[in-house]
Design a protein around this ligand. Structure first.
Ligand SMILES: [Zn+2]
Length: 596
């Protein structure tokens, strides 16, 4: 595929030639109601339609699951492809020729190489599938015996690598394909000029990325052998890096969205067991601790995960190792550990779908398990300080105030320190772990429901009167406003200076730049629900937001000074400053009154 250059002009051109109603109607049935179209949402399960398409604004919004966007995001979401891929697809549909980017010879070579490697994997996958399908195949019998249905075999392209040493290499040679690529993918090994297949007598599981490309394979042995590992995976290659994919996500993302959470297991056999039992909202990490990349993948579909690892020490430790990147991402991280060290496969057999699903739904926060395990391991008093510090470090990362406070109480009971003392310590942690500015919680990558009302109110007013963005800077409010939203406002200001009214594309562009994942949803809802523009109230609301941001910062300063005064550090100055802050807060308070 020749790389193309995507400019704002091209995007506008594509959008002007397409009608979102037509594009959406290809996938779902829409009915006209008033000035909108209504249908059953393709992104979550529902019986009563709450999916709205607005032809005037060319946007959609679901009032059930809060997904929203323009025609590009619709295609991105429904096909589960990237923005870039959606543009290419829609350009074709709209008959727009995309300007190509000049690629260097080196770049071109690299792309061709990647395509060749992908082709080899596809050929290998098909080879393994056809071998599994030969009549009387023992792997097929084995899979059936393990309860793997035909449907699952085909959904996950499960195959069989035969016992011969050269089954794959002979087939590739016959097709006239050089073996070098298969060697670099780890499908074939070479010693002293002789080639032999890496995977032999194994049940084969293609490992796909979220777009469905075959990146690698996992092979499971049929009968235990002394000198052969139970599982082997393709080695890392130009296509496949450990920790960059989630097994099953390509097939299960819709179930994850429907159920509102993802069950995360370690291996593909555990995954298959769950899927077979009807628990389809699952993925497998393939044996690594959760990486940032994997967190990013899962966050597109849900904000809650349930880690369901083996319930032995190894599994519990693996879950704990995954905790930090997950917590930092703002995901709600729950975990299920079962009695008698049951692994997921045992659990399906012993508990059955209903009971297991019930327990997964009710899985408890991993932080709780960590706190109770840490304190039960504690033997000496100096451990106590260490453990308390470690857990405070975790709590500082929990974005949600209510649950942070809850666990702070729990920690207080265990450690013997008061919640007040712990809160004081926590402030320091939060400060140390954030980028040095004094915004405590950023909204970056936060899902819609968790966005602070203050942010929403401010953005709502800006959205109605974008010109207000200039006042933020002219009147000097910017120093009180957290960095992420300040960046957002300054981009709005820059756009307003260029043109009077902002289009929905402009807004989507600005929110993308600011990393506000929740914005699409917010925006489309606002557009569809748009109330009458009451200039007077909006300006008042805007001023109120500014005052609130300032008060929040003063309040943080006040707490800081209070701590200094208590600790006796530089007391006199702190006391003077404290008084000044309180005075300023009191002066501002009446200004908040104008809001309500
Ligand atoms: Zn929906």
């Amino acid at each position: 595929m020749t790389p193309v250059k995507i400019t704002q002009d091209v995007i506008e051109e594509i959008k002007s030639r397409l009608d979102i109603v037509d594009v959406a109607s290809e996938r779902i049935s829409l009915k006209k109601t008033g000035s909108n179209y209504k249908g059953v949402c393709p992104f979550h399960s529902e019986k009563t339609p709450s999916f709205i398409v607005n032809p005037d604004k060319q946007i959609f919004h679901c009032f059930g699951c809060h997904v929203g966007g323009d025609v590009i995001s619709f295609v991105e979401k429904i096909e589960n492809i990237t923005f870039y891929e959606a543009i290419i697809k829609l350009a074709e549909l709209a008959g727009v020729t995309l300007p190509t980017v000049e690629t260097s010879y080196e770049e071109k070579k690299l792309q061709d190489k990647k395509q060749q490697l992908l082709n080899i994997n596809i050929i290998a996958r098909d080879h393994y599938i056809s071998r599994l399908r030969t009549p009387g195949n023992k792997a097929h019998k084995y899979a059936t015996l393990r309860g793997i249905s035909e449907e699952i075999m085909s959904t996950f392209s499960i195959g069989y690598a035969p016992e011969e040493w050269d089954s794959l290499s002979t087939m590739l040679t016959k097709k006239g394909l050089p073996l070098g690529n298969a060697v670099s993918l780890g499908l074939i090994k070479e010693t002293n000029g002789k080639y032999y297949d890496t995977f032999r007598d194994r049940l084969m599981f293609p490992i796909l990325n979220h777009r469905g490309d075959v990146l690698a394979f996992g092979g499971r042995i049929l009968e235990p052998k002394e000198d052969a590992p139970k599982y082997i995976n393709s080695r890392e290659s130009e296509l496949y890096k450990k920790g960059e994919v989630l097994y099953g996500l390509y097939q299960t993302n819709k179930y994850i969205r429907d159920m509102g959470y993802a069950v995360v297991v370690e291996g593909y056999m555990d995954f298959i067991s769950l899927y077979q039992a009807g628990i389809k909202n699952a993925v497998a990490t393939l044996g690594t601790a959760f990486t940032d990349r994997q967190v990013g993948l899962i966050k597109r579909y849900t904000d809650r995960i349930v880690l369901f690892y083996d319930s032995d020490d190894a599994g519990i430790n693996a879950a704990k190792r995954s905790f930090l990147p997950l917590l930092e991402s703002g995901l709600k991280v729950d975990a299920l550990f079962l009695e008698d060290q049951m692994d997921p496969d045992d659990a399906v057999q012993k508990l059955g779908k209903e009971e297991l699903e019930n327990r997964l739904k009710k899985a408890k926060p991993l932080i709780g398990k960590i706190i109770s395990d840490k304190f039960s391991e504690q033997h000496r008093t100096d451990d106590l300080a260490k453990i308390t510090k470690e857990i405070l470090g975790y709590l500082a990362l929990i974005p949600d105030n209510v649950s942070r406070t809850f666990w702070l109480k729990e920690l207080s009971i265990r450690s013997g320190l008061s919640t007040k003392e712990l809160s004081g310590l926590l402030v320091n942690y939060a400060r140390a772990s954030k980028q040095g500015n004094n915004t405590t919680v950023t909204t970056k990558n936060t899902s819609y429901s968790k966005v602070k009302p203050l942010y929403k109110n401010l953005i709502k007013t800006l959205f109605m009167i974008p010109q207000l963005s200039a006042r933020v800077f002219d009147e000097g409010w910017d120093e009180y406003i957290p960095e992420d939203i300040r960046g957002f406002i300054s981009k709005v200001k820059a756009l307003v200076e260029q043109r009077e009214t902002l289009t929905i594309s402009d807004w989507l562009y600005v929110s993308n730049e600011a990393g506000f994942d929740w914005f699409e949803s917010f925006l489309t809802k606002e557009f569809i629900d748009k109330k009458e523009n009451d200039g007077m109230n909006l300006e008042r609301e805007f001023s109120g937001c500014m005052v609130r941001f300032k008060m929040l910062q003063l309040e943080r300063k006040r707490m800081d000074n209070l701590r200094k005064i208590k600790e006796g550090e530089n007391s006199e100055n702190a006391l003077r400053e404290y008084k000044a802050i309180v005075q300023e807060i009191n002066r501002l308070k009446p200004m908040l009154g104008v809001l309500e």
